[in-house]
Design a protein. Sequence first.
Length: 315
Amino acid sequence: DRASAATAPITDGALADGTAVPLLANLGKPEGAAEAVALGAEGVGLFRTEFLFLSANQAPTVEQQRESYTQLLAAFPGKKVVVRVLDAGADKPLAFLNDAHEENPALGLRGIRALRASEDILREQLTALAQADAATAADLWVMAPMVATVEETTYFTALARDYGIKTAGVMVEVPSSALLADRVLKHADFASIGTNDLTQYTLAADRLLGSVAGFQDPWHPAVLRLIREVGAAGRALGKPVGICGEAAADPLLAVVLVGLGATSLSMAPTALADVRATLLQHTLDDARVIAEAALSADDAAGARSAAQAAAAHEN
Ligand code: PEP
Ligand code: MG
């Protein structure tokens, strides 16, 4: 429980059988790094770069970006830091990049689509990231948001490598790339599943719209089945599959995600302690059994209670 998790020693994320599950931080600004380290983050699984762009009416310069990325990477020497290139559009609109008149912005020119349409911004971001990488000792991974096709995957990873980025991957947050994960992962060094958008697009329910908020539940077995596809592809190809959506911060769902093949979990730093404590209560075999129970449910509530029953049985 929360009280005992808060006082438990900070160890690296692991299951009861010793299987390592690195626990990483989601960060929105480099200033959050110190707190993440204090709470035991083993690195960063999602660094959202939107903050650099959101308050501006034009893109920040390469120098401004290099300074921010260097500040972030310097806080994690020897550790993995996954930076996401700009995810503009839909819930994160940018006046100078997005068309405010799209009728369905979540289905519009967002994420990697918007960056391709303004490729200078992407090239500058990769330039600044490569410079920050050269100046620091972190293990920099860079990924693209909203990748829906194999072609977008090859476009992004090839471009990132041109700029000297050694580890280039994609976010899986659109059902098409989850279903084609075996093809997508052939061209990417890793995948990171964004469960917030993956849930939105799987259930066809706007994540910002209160009237359909009930659909925004990553326990939904349709979402879990898509995640299983990505986990299986990662295992077959020997490529890491992280989770960086809110789902990873739900301790029992974190166990399910590991059972589905996730190899690392990234979350708000304040969620790390509870997830760390819960993972330690289950082996990998348990996690697979618990995941199997959730996958066979009819709906999100059913998946949650099936997982709870399976977890109680395993203990
Ligand atoms: C997600 O979609 O799950 C995700 C991590 O990205 P964001 O919430 O920034 O869209
Ligand atoms: Mg997203």
